[in-house]
Design a binder for this molecule. Sequence first.
Ligand code: SAH
Ligand code: SF4
Ligand code: F3S
Length: 447
Amino acid sequence: MKPTNAPKTYRVKSFGCQMNVYDGERMAELLGEQGIAPAAEGEDADLVVLNTCHIREKAAEKVYSDIGRIVKRGREAGRQPLIAVAGCVAQAEGEEIMARAPAVGMVVGPQAYHRLPEMLDRAVKGERAADTDMPAIAKFAALPRRKRSAPGAFLTIQEGCDKFCTYCVVPYTRGAEISRPYADLVEEAQKLVEAGAREITLLGQNVSAWSGEDAAGRRIGLGGLIRTLAKVDGLARIRYTTSHPADMDDDLIAVHGEVDKLMPYLHLPVQSGSDRVLKAMNRSHTAESYLKLLERFRAARPDLALSGDFIVGFPGESEAEFADTLALVDAVGYAQAFSFKYSPRPGTPAATMDAQIAPEVMDERLQRLQASLRRDQLAFNEASIGTNCEVLVERRGKRDGQWLGKSPWLQSVHFTGEAEIGDLVRVEMTSAGQQSMGGALLQPAAA
Ligand code: SAH
Ligand code: SF4
Ligand code: F3S
């Protein structure tokens, strides 16, 4: 690699989960501290960070084709940007990326991106650098303070996963479970609110596995953390994602009934409704234990909206086992859900299991599952018509005077009238679609 001018502009492209979005924002803040500005919309950046996801399908191939596209564009423009590959593909395939893609100047894993500035100095001198160490907690301490925030902010409180579901790469790309210290989280939440956040979503690959010591030295879990954060002035809403059914304790369930700021929404992935498949997935819960758990949450917070993740076509999944998943969906009535075709991930136990399911069978099952999930989502939205709720205004809509925001149940709501981004306004739900609600402004935000 030839030495190059120090980049003046950057662009961070994040793929995958919300934690990658959080990481992408933090990398942008770090680059901002180096005096590098975000590239204007439509303009080429001097530094492109591809913040990648490895969870499904041809993730790595996609990265190579993105790199190819950036190089081609650079050739046409007569100026090659510096390319950094970050995120979970960087962690899983860092060395291979360095070997296969000479255009890439930096490879940086999800636990090492706080070292981006040093790597950048080396890259400018013409030295390619890769860092996929996993120093766990060190990253957060090395990141700059939060200065600006959208009304809805993410806050990573826990990272990594020790669950080792047999299909999943996350334990390998994000490392072992770690919890960020209580005091750091309270401080970051306060800074986010000062920077403009009204709602904070606490993030973790297993967010309900968070544990720490409060100011009095008592051991607390996620429930205790939520109780403290609810006292942060100016913070109106709290959410958390993603939880694993194994880590949901009594206190967390109770908090749903006690803390108004905690929104009535729970994303609790189940993956399958078949106990045999769940066992083969190493999920540690059964369909019944999952349903019982949901009942307890609903008892604490009767208007709780539920969301889940599903995988169809796990190796060996029979038609009858898939039907168990459909039955579970019917039993729960999800307000939202994410469903995926099983994708063999290199290095995971499931990838080499017998009886891999044919793609056309997976396609067909996914369609049937999604039809059920769409039916329930629409029913949930239709049942909201005529009710009113607070909406957090997040951005302008496509039409003149239109605003888009989120209901407590994470529905997207559009309405027209007087509002500002960051307001909490009262809206009556007047129409329901599959993905969003139409509403009428009842009461603008209090000044
Ligand atoms: N930690 C969370 C979610 C992690 S990944 C949890 O345990 O629930 C998000 C979702 O991607 C998973 O819930 C699962 O539904 C899906 N997923 C993960 N690995 C997959 C794979 N190999 N093929 C298809 N879907 C997968
Ligand atoms: Fe992956 Fe399972 Fe861990 Fe979730 S709990 S990140 S699905 S291994
Ligand atoms: Fe993807 Fe890594 Fe998140 S694999 S889903 S970006 S933890």
